[in-house]
Design a protein around this ligand. Structure first.
Ligand SMILES: [Zn+2]
Length: 118
């Protein structure tokens, strides 16, 4: 009878299983903690993914905080109040855009003046 076994990868030296993705990887696939000199528990891919998620979570909570301070126009029940607020918001947006255009034009003029005339 054939009793051939597939050698278990975990028994081989220099291999670590990442508890996060479950892959068996070489120590090269793990970051080494500069402070302890020991390899990270999670592989590089998982570590990168974890920090990416953490970053986007931070961004989301940041924008979430900002959003909560504002009144959510569409959640206002009264139709007239809602329309008035929307009109006001649109006017504000138009005004900001107009001022921005003026400022940009002024800046462009100033930049043009600075250019030495040759
Ligand atoms: Zn992993």
């Amino acid at each position: 009878m054939d009793t051939q076994h597939t050698p278990h990868c975990g028994d081989r030296q220099g291999l670590r299983r990442c508890p996060c993705c479950g892959r068996l990887l070489t120590t090269d696939d793990f970051y080494v903690n500069a402070r302890t000199g020991r390899p990270d528990s999670r592989c590089k891919d998982c570590r990168r993914e974890a920090s990416r998620i953490q970053r986007s979570r931070n961004m989301l909570s940041e924008s979430g905080k900002k959003r909560r301070r504002r009144v959510v126009i569409t959640s206002i029940a009264d139709r007239d109040t809602r329309l008035e607020l929307i009109r006001k918001a649109l006017r504000t947006v138009a005004e900001i855009r107009r001022l921005k255009r003026i400022r940009l034009a002024e800046e462009a003029d100033r930049e043009a003046e600075k250019e030495p005339d040759e």
